[in-house]
Design a binder for this molecule. Structure first.
Ligand code: ZN
Length: 391
């Protein structure tokens, strides 16, 4: 595994050598940097950003704007991030940087120290809890690094992660703000919760900045971008909690009523419904294409759970979506769901689609009959790894 890389800023007389920075008292490994990326390049324009203090939209900065970060503590509440590329341009990375670290990480009460702490917490959470999901709906994390840039910005401590696109905070003000793209974000949050992770609450009106959509992913047409086909990722796990057993009773889809936390069954899912403008409120009387009455979906969840007490909640939710929301995109496109009969509460069988069959939709042997819930959970995990849920 490479323990040193070169970082080159366009127009600088020389590149800098960055080495892996070991988080104190922490021994877990991070993903190895791809072999073709021993040197990463940061172009002069369109590459360096900081989220604004107000609405947290990313603002582009110049190399010169950036270099004094860490010396004006009241202003330096957000870190600097850079879009870097491998020498051959085939890989894109996000470098989240704490500049002038020899100064900015010394005062434990400063804003800059808080930024540094969050960066480290995110790195630790990735390598402890997110390895299986990296590259699917969370970015690949390549660990923490440090380089001495001398007069430019002193010691620069930074994380390297997969570049995952543009923040929803910026995209939501564009034509990308379609209902199907908001459903895409909802599906990604549902997959995260099924994976056992609570992002940490979405209490601020701007926290959907942690949702990124890769609008430059290869092979996407303009209509794909508007139709929820682009990869979607959730980032920044500095406040996240693992071992979340999600007890939501509804999908993140447009509703026809106002819902409280207890009705939805999960506080963060309620927040997501509200922030994606899927919840009917006084100010939002037309929440979009409501597939069925929300009260009926809640009743279906309660009744199905009563009839089949051995079914894990993730199974109930997959079955609910297939039964009541079949016109909506599924959370897991590679799972099939079939029902024993046409009855409203017929038992569901869920399994992986056999993509090798001629029809491409035939079920594999051995998973029909009474589904083993532990198998389902494993299938959900495998599905995520083999075929990113958001694509
Ligand atoms: Zn949840």
């Amino acid at each position: 595994m490479a323990t040193a890389i070169r970082v080159r800023f366009q127009g600088f007389p020389s590149s800098y050598v960055a080495t892996r920075w070991q988080i104190p008292n922490y021994r877990r490994e991070f993903e190895a940097i791809p072999e073709n990326s021993s040197c990463v390049f940061i172009p002069r324009t369109g590459s360096i950003f900081r989220n604004s203090k107000g609405d947290k939209r990313p603002l582009e900065l110049s190399f010169d704007d950036t270099r004094k970060w860490g010396f004006s503590d009241p202003d330096d509440t957000e870190l600097i991030f850079a879009r870097a590329q491998s020498a051959d341009g085939s890989e894109l990375f996000c470098l989240r940087m704490v500049l002038n670290a020899q100064h900015s990480t010394t005062n434990t009460h400063s804003n800059t120290f808080r930024v540094f702490t969050k960066l480290v917490k995110d790195a630790k959470f990735h390598s402890t809890h997110l390895v299986e999901a990296e590259g699917s709906f969370v970015p690949i994390h390549y660990g923490m690094w440090i380089m001495d840039t001398g007069e430019w910005a002193g010691k620069v401590l930074f994380s390297i992660t997969q570049w995952c696109g543009i923040s929803w905070n910026a995209l939501s003000r564009t034509k990308m703000n379609t209902e199907v793209n908001r459903i895409l974000i909802g599906r990604t949050f549902e997959a995260l919760h099924d994976f056992g992770i609570d992002h940490g609450g979405l209490p601020s009106p701007y926290d959907l900045r942690h949702v990124l959509i890769d609008v430059h992913a290869p092979g996407l047409s303009r209509s794909d971008l508007l139709d929820g086909k682009a990869p979607c990722y959730i980032v920044d796990f500095s406040e996240a909690r693992a071992n979340h057993e999600c007890t939501r009773k509804l999908p993140i889809l447009p509703t026809d009523m106002f819902l409280r936390d207890a009705q939805v069954g999960c506080v963060e899912i309620t927040d997501a419904l509200r922030m994606l403008k899927f919840m009917r409120t006084v100010s939002n009387r037309t929440p979009g294409s409501v597939a069925i009455p929300t009260a009926k979906a809640l009743e279906w969840h309660a009744q199905y759970s009563r009839l089949y007490p051995d079914a894990q909640n993730v199974h109930v939710l997959v079955a609910q979506r297939a039964k009541l929301y079949h016109s909506m995109p599924p959370v897991y496109p590679d799972l099939y769901t079939s029902f024993e009969s046409d009855e409203l509460y017929a038992r569901a069988t869920i399994g992986p689609l056999n993509t090798n069959s001629d029809q491409g939709t035939q079920a594999e042997e051995g998973v029909d009959g009474s589904p083993a819930e532990s198998i389902l959970v494993n299938m959900v995990r495998v599905t995520r790894l083999d075929d990113p849920v958001a694509v």
